[in-house]
Design a protein around this ligand. Structure first.
Ligand code: UT7
Length: 323
Protein backbone atom coordinates (compact mmCIF):
# COMPACT_ATOMS: atom_id res chain seq x y z
CA UNK A 1 0.00 0.00 0.00
CA UNK A 2 1.36 3.40 -1.00
CA UNK A 3 0.18 7.01 -0.91
CA UNK A 4 -0.87 7.82 -4.47
CA UNK A 5 -2.12 10.90 -6.32
CA UNK A 6 -5.82 10.33 -7.09
CA UNK A 7 -6.47 13.66 -8.83
CA UNK A 8 -4.84 17.00 -9.63
CA UNK A 9 -6.08 20.56 -10.19
CA UNK A 10 -4.79 24.08 -10.56
CA UNK A 11 -5.99 27.67 -10.61
CA UNK A 12 -4.25 30.72 -12.07
CA UNK A 13 -5.26 34.37 -11.75
CA UNK A 14 -6.71 35.91 -14.90
CA UNK A 15 -4.39 38.91 -15.10
CA UNK A 16 -1.29 38.29 -17.25
CA UNK A 17 1.71 40.55 -16.61
CA UNK A 18 4.12 40.66 -19.56
CA UNK A 19 7.82 41.54 -19.66
CA UNK A 20 6.95 44.57 -21.79
CA UNK A 21 4.74 45.89 -18.99
CA UNK A 22 7.60 45.34 -16.52
CA UNK A 23 9.84 47.48 -18.77
CA UNK A 24 7.58 50.39 -17.79
CA UNK A 25 7.86 49.62 -14.07
CA UNK A 26 11.61 49.00 -13.51
CA UNK A 27 14.85 49.37 -15.49
CA UNK A 28 14.73 46.06 -17.37
CA UNK A 29 14.02 44.61 -20.81
CA UNK A 30 12.01 41.77 -22.26
CA UNK A 31 15.25 40.45 -23.77
CA UNK A 32 17.09 40.44 -20.40
CA UNK A 33 14.24 38.68 -18.63
CA UNK A 34 13.78 36.07 -21.37
CA UNK A 35 17.46 35.22 -21.74
CA UNK A 36 18.31 35.25 -18.00
CA UNK A 37 15.17 33.51 -16.72
CA UNK A 38 13.10 32.08 -19.59
CA UNK A 39 10.05 33.94 -18.22
CA UNK A 40 7.70 35.67 -20.69
CA UNK A 41 4.61 36.22 -18.57
CA UNK A 42 3.40 35.67 -15.03
CA UNK A 43 -0.08 35.83 -13.45
CA UNK A 44 -1.01 38.45 -10.87
CA UNK A 45 -3.87 37.98 -8.40
CA UNK A 46 -6.75 40.45 -8.44
CA UNK A 47 -9.95 40.89 -6.45
CA UNK A 48 -11.45 37.49 -5.47
CA UNK A 49 -8.10 35.85 -6.09
CA UNK A 50 -6.72 35.77 -2.55
CA UNK A 51 -4.34 32.92 -1.80
CA UNK A 52 -7.05 30.79 -0.16
CA UNK A 53 -9.45 31.42 -3.07
CA UNK A 54 -6.93 30.24 -5.67
CA UNK A 55 -6.14 27.30 -3.36
CA UNK A 56 -9.82 26.42 -3.03
CA UNK A 57 -10.38 26.49 -6.81
CA UNK A 58 -7.35 24.28 -7.43
CA UNK A 59 -8.64 21.92 -4.73
CA UNK A 60 -12.12 21.73 -6.28
CA UNK A 61 -10.60 20.68 -9.62
CA UNK A 62 -8.43 18.07 -7.87
CA UNK A 63 -11.41 16.67 -5.93
CA UNK A 64 -13.44 16.41 -9.16
CA UNK A 65 -10.56 14.67 -10.94
CA UNK A 66 -10.19 12.25 -8.01
CA UNK A 67 -13.94 11.64 -7.70
CA UNK A 68 -13.71 12.40 -3.97
CA UNK A 69 -16.18 14.51 -1.95
CA UNK A 70 -14.82 17.28 0.29
CA UNK A 71 -16.47 15.57 3.28
CA UNK A 72 -14.28 12.52 2.71
CA UNK A 73 -11.05 14.45 3.32
CA UNK A 74 -9.26 13.74 6.60
CA UNK A 75 -6.48 16.30 6.26
CA UNK A 76 -5.74 19.47 4.27
CA UNK A 77 -2.21 20.84 4.02
CA UNK A 78 -1.47 24.12 2.24
CA UNK A 79 2.19 24.77 1.43
CA UNK A 80 2.61 28.53 1.21
CA UNK A 81 4.82 31.46 2.15
CA UNK A 82 2.25 34.09 1.14
CA UNK A 83 -0.95 33.45 3.12
CA UNK A 84 -3.35 36.41 3.13
CA UNK A 85 -3.43 36.18 6.94
CA UNK A 86 -0.92 34.81 9.43
CA UNK A 87 -3.78 33.35 11.44
CA UNK A 88 -5.97 31.43 10.76
CA UNK A 89 -4.00 29.33 8.31
CA UNK A 90 -4.84 29.36 4.63
CA UNK A 91 -5.70 25.66 5.03
CA UNK A 92 -8.47 26.51 7.52
CA UNK A 93 -10.00 28.94 5.01
CA UNK A 94 -9.84 26.26 2.30
CA UNK A 95 -11.42 23.72 4.66
CA UNK A 96 -14.43 25.92 5.31
CA UNK A 97 -14.76 27.04 1.66
CA UNK A 98 -14.84 23.40 0.54
CA UNK A 99 -17.12 22.30 3.37
CA UNK A 100 -14.54 19.65 4.29
CA UNK A 101 -16.07 19.22 7.74
CA UNK A 102 -14.20 16.06 8.65
CA UNK A 103 -10.71 17.34 7.92
CA UNK A 104 -8.14 19.03 10.11
CA UNK A 105 -6.06 21.62 8.32
CA UNK A 106 -2.74 23.41 8.60
CA UNK A 107 -0.21 25.38 6.56
CA UNK A 108 3.35 24.30 5.97
CA UNK A 109 6.26 26.64 5.23
CA UNK A 110 9.21 25.20 3.36
CA UNK A 111 9.32 27.96 0.73
CA UNK A 112 9.68 26.62 -2.83
CA UNK A 113 10.12 23.07 -1.48
CA UNK A 114 6.84 23.33 0.46
CA UNK A 115 4.77 21.16 -1.85
CA UNK A 116 7.30 18.28 -1.70
CA UNK A 117 7.49 18.53 2.08
CA UNK A 118 3.67 18.56 2.28
CA UNK A 119 3.38 15.51 0.00
CA UNK A 120 5.78 13.69 2.27
CA UNK A 121 3.73 14.58 5.37
CA UNK A 122 0.59 13.34 3.57
CA UNK A 123 2.37 10.13 2.68
CA UNK A 124 3.13 9.49 6.35
CA UNK A 125 -0.46 10.11 7.48
CA UNK A 126 -1.73 7.75 4.79
CA UNK A 127 0.81 5.09 5.84
CA UNK A 128 -0.61 5.35 9.38
CA UNK A 129 -4.22 5.31 8.19
CA UNK A 130 -4.62 3.92 4.64
CA UNK A 131 -8.28 4.96 4.49
CA UNK A 132 -7.39 8.63 4.91
CA UNK A 133 -7.76 11.02 1.96
CA UNK A 134 -5.43 14.01 2.06
CA UNK A 135 -5.62 17.25 0.08
CA UNK A 136 -2.21 18.81 -0.54
CA UNK A 137 -2.11 22.30 -2.05
CA UNK A 138 0.72 24.62 -3.06
CA UNK A 139 -0.64 28.15 -3.30
CA UNK A 140 1.00 31.56 -3.53
CA UNK A 141 0.19 35.21 -4.07
CA UNK A 142 3.80 36.37 -4.22
CA UNK A 143 2.75 39.55 -6.04
CA UNK A 144 1.83 40.77 -2.53
CA UNK A 145 5.31 39.87 -1.27
CA UNK A 146 7.69 41.36 -3.84
CA UNK A 147 9.16 44.83 -3.86
CA UNK A 148 7.86 46.14 -7.20
CA UNK A 149 10.79 48.58 -7.35
CA UNK A 150 13.44 45.83 -7.04
CA UNK A 151 14.24 44.58 -10.55
CA UNK A 152 16.31 41.71 -9.10
CA UNK A 153 13.21 40.02 -7.77
CA UNK A 154 9.98 41.54 -9.12
CA UNK A 155 10.46 40.10 -12.61
CA UNK A 156 10.73 36.53 -11.30
CA UNK A 157 7.64 35.73 -9.29
CA UNK A 158 3.99 35.01 -10.02
CA UNK A 159 0.75 33.87 -8.40
CA UNK A 160 -1.18 30.61 -8.67
CA UNK A 161 -2.21 27.38 -6.98
CA UNK A 162 -2.02 23.66 -7.66
CA UNK A 163 -3.50 20.76 -5.72
CA UNK A 164 -3.45 16.97 -5.39
CA UNK A 165 -5.79 14.58 -3.62
CA UNK A 166 -3.93 11.60 -2.18
CA UNK A 167 -5.16 8.25 -0.95
CA UNK A 168 -3.74 4.74 -0.74
CA UNK A 169 -3.22 2.47 -3.75
CA UNK A 170 -1.77 -1.01 -4.25
CA UNK A 171 0.18 -0.72 -7.46
CA UNK A 172 1.35 2.85 -7.60
CA UNK A 173 2.17 5.93 -5.54
CA UNK A 174 5.10 7.60 -3.78
CA UNK A 175 8.10 5.24 -3.85
CA UNK A 176 10.70 7.30 -2.01
CA UNK A 177 11.66 10.81 -1.04
CA UNK A 178 14.68 12.67 0.21
CA UNK A 179 14.20 16.03 1.97
CA UNK A 180 16.94 18.31 3.30
CA UNK A 181 17.35 21.74 4.93
CA UNK A 182 20.20 24.07 5.83
CA UNK A 183 19.22 27.09 7.89
CA UNK A 184 22.75 28.51 7.96
CA UNK A 185 22.29 30.08 4.53
CA UNK A 186 18.94 31.72 5.34
CA UNK A 187 20.15 35.20 4.42
CA UNK A 188 20.61 34.38 0.73
CA UNK A 189 16.83 34.12 0.28
CA UNK A 190 14.33 35.40 2.83
CA UNK A 191 11.25 37.45 3.61
CA UNK A 192 10.96 39.41 6.87
CA UNK A 193 7.87 39.27 9.07
CA UNK A 194 5.45 42.19 9.08
CA UNK A 195 6.82 44.96 11.34
CA UNK A 196 6.81 43.99 15.01
CA UNK A 197 4.46 45.76 17.42
CA UNK A 198 6.96 45.11 20.20
CA UNK A 199 9.51 47.94 19.92
CA UNK A 200 12.15 45.66 21.46
CA UNK A 201 11.72 43.18 18.62
CA UNK A 202 11.54 45.76 15.83
CA UNK A 203 14.38 45.41 13.33
CA UNK A 204 15.32 48.91 12.12
CA UNK A 205 17.22 47.36 9.19
CA UNK A 206 14.21 45.42 7.88
CA UNK A 207 13.02 46.21 4.37
CA UNK A 208 9.61 44.79 5.28
CA UNK A 209 7.71 41.68 4.39
CA UNK A 210 9.12 41.27 0.85
CA UNK A 211 11.35 38.69 -0.83
CA UNK A 212 15.05 39.42 -0.72
CA UNK A 213 17.50 37.32 -2.62
CA UNK A 214 21.10 36.98 -3.61
CA UNK A 215 20.17 35.60 -7.02
CA UNK A 216 23.56 34.45 -8.23
CA UNK A 217 24.29 32.49 -5.02
CA UNK A 218 20.83 30.94 -4.95
CA UNK A 219 21.30 29.88 -8.56
CA UNK A 220 24.52 28.00 -7.78
CA UNK A 221 23.21 26.28 -4.65
CA UNK A 222 19.93 25.37 -6.36
CA UNK A 223 21.58 23.52 -9.24
CA UNK A 224 24.09 21.69 -7.03
CA UNK A 225 21.61 20.78 -4.29
CA UNK A 226 18.92 19.49 -6.67
CA UNK A 227 21.46 17.46 -8.63
CA UNK A 228 22.77 15.85 -5.42
CA UNK A 229 19.36 15.07 -3.97
CA UNK A 230 18.12 13.55 -7.25
CA UNK A 231 21.26 11.41 -7.51
CA UNK A 232 20.81 10.20 -3.91
CA UNK A 233 17.27 9.10 -4.66
CA UNK A 234 18.16 7.38 -7.94
CA UNK A 235 21.06 5.55 -6.29
CA UNK A 236 18.88 4.39 -3.41
CA UNK A 237 16.28 3.10 -5.87
CA UNK A 238 18.95 1.63 -8.18
CA UNK A 239 17.60 3.61 -11.10
CA UNK A 240 19.30 5.70 -13.75
CA UNK A 241 17.97 8.94 -15.16
CA UNK A 242 16.85 7.15 -18.36
CA UNK A 243 14.37 5.12 -16.23
CA UNK A 244 12.49 8.33 -15.42
CA UNK A 245 9.58 9.21 -17.74
CA UNK A 246 9.12 12.76 -16.54
CA UNK A 247 10.99 15.14 -14.24
CA UNK A 248 9.04 18.05 -12.76
CA UNK A 249 11.45 20.42 -11.04
CA UNK A 250 10.44 23.54 -9.16
CA UNK A 251 10.01 26.18 -11.88
CA UNK A 252 12.47 28.90 -10.83
CA UNK A 253 14.47 29.75 -13.93
CA UNK A 254 14.92 28.02 -17.31
CA UNK A 255 18.71 28.20 -16.90
CA UNK A 256 18.50 26.30 -13.60
CA UNK A 257 16.31 23.65 -15.28
CA UNK A 258 18.64 23.36 -18.28
CA UNK A 259 21.75 23.09 -16.10
CA UNK A 260 20.10 20.50 -13.88
CA UNK A 261 19.03 18.43 -16.89
CA UNK A 262 22.50 18.70 -18.37
CA UNK A 263 24.26 17.59 -15.15
CA UNK A 264 21.86 14.68 -14.67
CA UNK A 265 22.21 13.61 -18.30
CA UNK A 266 18.44 14.03 -18.85
CA UNK A 267 16.95 14.62 -22.29
CA UNK A 268 15.12 17.91 -22.86
CA UNK A 269 11.80 16.09 -23.37
CA UNK A 270 12.13 14.42 -19.94
CA UNK A 271 11.94 17.76 -18.13
CA UNK A 272 8.60 19.56 -17.77
CA UNK A 273 8.81 23.33 -18.06
CA UNK A 274 6.16 26.06 -17.86
CA UNK A 275 8.22 28.81 -16.19
CA UNK A 276 7.81 30.85 -19.40
CA UNK A 277 4.08 31.28 -18.67
CA UNK A 278 3.88 31.60 -14.88
CA UNK A 279 7.34 32.59 -13.59
CA UNK A 280 8.36 31.31 -10.18
CA UNK A 281 5.25 30.51 -8.13
CA UNK A 282 7.23 29.03 -5.22
CA UNK A 283 5.30 26.22 -3.48
CA UNK A 284 2.67 26.28 -6.25
CA UNK A 285 5.02 25.63 -9.15
CA UNK A 286 5.29 21.83 -8.92
CA UNK A 287 1.55 21.13 -8.46
CA UNK A 288 0.61 23.56 -11.26
CA UNK A 289 3.15 21.85 -13.54
CA UNK A 290 1.96 18.40 -12.46
CA UNK A 291 -1.65 19.29 -13.24
CA UNK A 292 -0.65 20.60 -16.69
CA UNK A 293 1.43 17.49 -17.35
CA UNK A 294 -1.54 15.26 -16.44
CA UNK A 295 -3.96 17.25 -18.60
CA UNK A 296 -1.51 17.19 -21.52
CA UNK A 297 -1.34 13.38 -21.28
CA UNK A 298 2.37 13.44 -20.40
CA UNK A 299 1.96 10.75 -17.71
CA UNK A 300 0.79 7.17 -18.24
CA UNK A 301 0.06 4.54 -15.58
CA UNK A 302 3.31 2.92 -14.46
CA UNK A 303 5.51 5.86 -15.48
CA UNK A 304 8.23 6.91 -13.07
CA UNK A 305 7.82 10.57 -12.12
CA UNK A 306 10.57 12.51 -10.38
CA UNK A 307 9.89 15.77 -8.52
CA UNK A 308 12.63 18.03 -7.15
CA UNK A 309 12.69 21.44 -5.52
CA UNK A 310 14.91 24.04 -3.93
CA UNK A 311 13.99 27.15 -1.96
CA UNK A 312 14.43 29.50 0.97
CA UNK A 313 15.68 28.00 4.19
CA UNK A 314 17.52 26.61 2.37
CA UNK A 315 15.16 23.69 1.84
CA UNK A 316 15.40 21.14 -0.93
CA UNK A 317 14.34 17.66 -1.85
CA UNK A 318 13.38 15.03 -4.39
CA UNK A 319 10.55 12.54 -4.63
CA UNK A 320 9.96 9.50 -6.82
CA UNK A 321 6.46 8.32 -7.75
CA UNK A 322 5.09 5.46 -9.77
CA UNK A 323 2.20 7.07 -11.64
O1 UT7 B 1 12.83 29.53 -6.12
C1 UT7 B 1 14.15 29.72 -5.68
C2 UT7 B 1 14.33 31.18 -5.61
N1 UT7 B 1 15.04 31.88 -6.57
C3 UT7 B 1 15.72 31.47 -7.65
O2 UT7 B 1 15.77 30.34 -8.00
C4 UT7 B 1 16.49 32.51 -8.41
C5 UT7 B 1 17.86 32.05 -8.75
N2 UT7 B 1 18.62 33.04 -9.45
C6 UT7 B 1 18.33 33.47 -10.68
O3 UT7 B 1 17.39 33.02 -11.28
C7 UT7 B 1 19.26 34.47 -11.32
O4 UT7 B 1 20.39 34.64 -10.50
C8 UT7 B 1 18.60 35.83 -11.62
C9 UT7 B 1 17.61 35.68 -12.74
C10 UT7 B 1 17.92 36.34 -10.37
C11 UT7 B 1 19.66 36.83 -12.05
O5 UT7 B 1 20.38 36.35 -13.17
P1 UT7 B 1 21.98 36.39 -13.17
O6 UT7 B 1 22.40 35.91 -14.48
O7 UT7 B 1 22.45 35.64 -11.96
O8 UT7 B 1 22.26 37.93 -13.06
P2 UT7 B 1 23.08 38.71 -11.93
O9 UT7 B 1 22.34 38.74 -10.64
O10 UT7 B 1 24.47 38.20 -11.93
O11 UT7 B 1 23.05 40.17 -12.56
C12 UT7 B 1 23.70 40.50 -13.79
C13 UT7 B 1 23.41 41.95 -14.11
C14 UT7 B 1 23.65 42.90 -12.94
O12 UT7 B 1 24.21 44.07 -13.47
P3 UT7 B 1 25.79 44.36 -13.33
O13 UT7 B 1 26.06 44.34 -11.86
O14 UT7 B 1 26.44 43.24 -14.07
O15 UT7 B 1 25.92 45.70 -13.98
C15 UT7 B 1 22.28 43.18 -12.42
O16 UT7 B 1 22.19 44.42 -11.78
O17 UT7 B 1 22.03 42.11 -14.46
C16 UT7 B 1 21.46 43.18 -13.69
N3 UT7 B 1 20.05 42.91 -13.47
C17 UT7 B 1 19.10 43.24 -14.36
N4 UT7 B 1 19.15 43.84 -15.55
C18 UT7 B 1 18.00 44.03 -16.22
C19 UT7 B 1 19.46 42.29 -12.42
N5 UT7 B 1 18.14 42.23 -12.62
C20 UT7 B 1 17.88 42.80 -13.81
C21 UT7 B 1 16.72 43.03 -14.55
N6 UT7 B 1 16.82 43.64 -15.76
N7 UT7 B 1 15.50 42.64 -14.10
Amino acid sequence: MRAAVLGTGSSLPERVLTNTELERMVETSDEWIRTRTGIRTRRIAGPDEQNYQLATRAAQHALTAAGIAAQDLGLIIVATISPHMLMPSCACFVQTELGANNAFAFDLNAACSGFLYALDVARKYIAADPKMKVLVIGSETLSARVDWEDRNTCILFGDGAGACVLGSAEERGILDSCLLSDGSLWNLLYMDSPASKNPDLLDPESKGCVIQMSGRDVFKYAVRAMEDVVRQLLERQQLSISDISLIIPHQANIRILDKLADRLGAQANQVFCNVDKYGNTSAASIPIALDEAVRQGRLQRGDKLLLCAFGGGFTWGSMLLKW
